[in-house]
Ligand binder design. Structure first.
Ligand SMILES: [Zn+2]
Ligand SMILES: [Zn+2]
Length: 193
């Protein structure tokens, strides 16, 4: 088990992901259009997206993600009124992570906010490539040929259930105990992307 140091590009927002086990196996690359739009809105495509438009994400429960500094710099946007809460450091437009809602005990931590030289080893390998139909380029054959996502989906659903049952959905760095978001989400409509 290790901690992973987190920081935005300019260093004003800092945090830590705790108790990370490389065998946990919840690292994915998401090629969906909304993750691409998030990077585009932040003008951070070059540092966030891979050559095929993928975002490298580590899924963990909110209680294992801490923000220690710069909370007042954190901003939130949603790509529709019911879209994910997409958190980022407003000081330098570094994406931090995605949450579904306060009740769903998972954060998708975005690699751009990870500032730990040992992270590659600590987080372990990518376990699944999701929403590959929205990739913006030809995927390497090993990814295009990946077998069913079903085992991964079963695993993450089971983990989320355990996280919920063991109380790891709270505290969240993004919502106060009353459910108020750390920063009021700004809705960025399709026409503005
Ligand atoms: Zn910053
Ligand atoms: Zn996505």
């Amino acid at each position: 088990m290790h901690d992973v140091e987190l920081s935005c590009r300019c260093g004003q927002v800092k945090g830590r992901a705790t108790s990370i086990d490389p065998r946990e196996g919840t690292r994915v690359v998401c090629y969906c259009k909304d993750c691409q739009a998030f990077a585009r809105v932040l003008e951070a495509e070059a540092s966030v997206l891979d050559a095929c438009g993928g975002t490298d994400i580590y899924q963990l429960p909110p209680a294992r993600l801490r923000l220690d500094q710069g909370q007042d710099r954190v901003r939130c946007l949603r790509l529709s009124a019911k879209g994910l809460y997409r958190w980022y450091a407003g000081c330098c437009n570094t994406p931090i992570g995605n949450t579904v809602s306060r009740g769903i005990p998972v954060v998708g931590l975005i690699h751009a906010f990870i500032a730990d030289p040992a992270a590659e080893t600590t987080l372990g390998p990518v376990r699944a490539y999701v929403n590959t139909q929205s990739a913006t380029g030809a995927l390497p054959e090993a990814i295009a040929r990946q077998s069913s996502l079903f085992p991964y989906v079963v695993k993450i659903v089971r983990k989320m259930l355990v996280w919920k049952l063991t109380g790891q959905g709270r505290p969240s760095p993004f919502f106060d105990p009353d459910g108020k978001p750390l920063s009021t989400p700004q809705i960025v409509a399709p026409g503005e992307r």
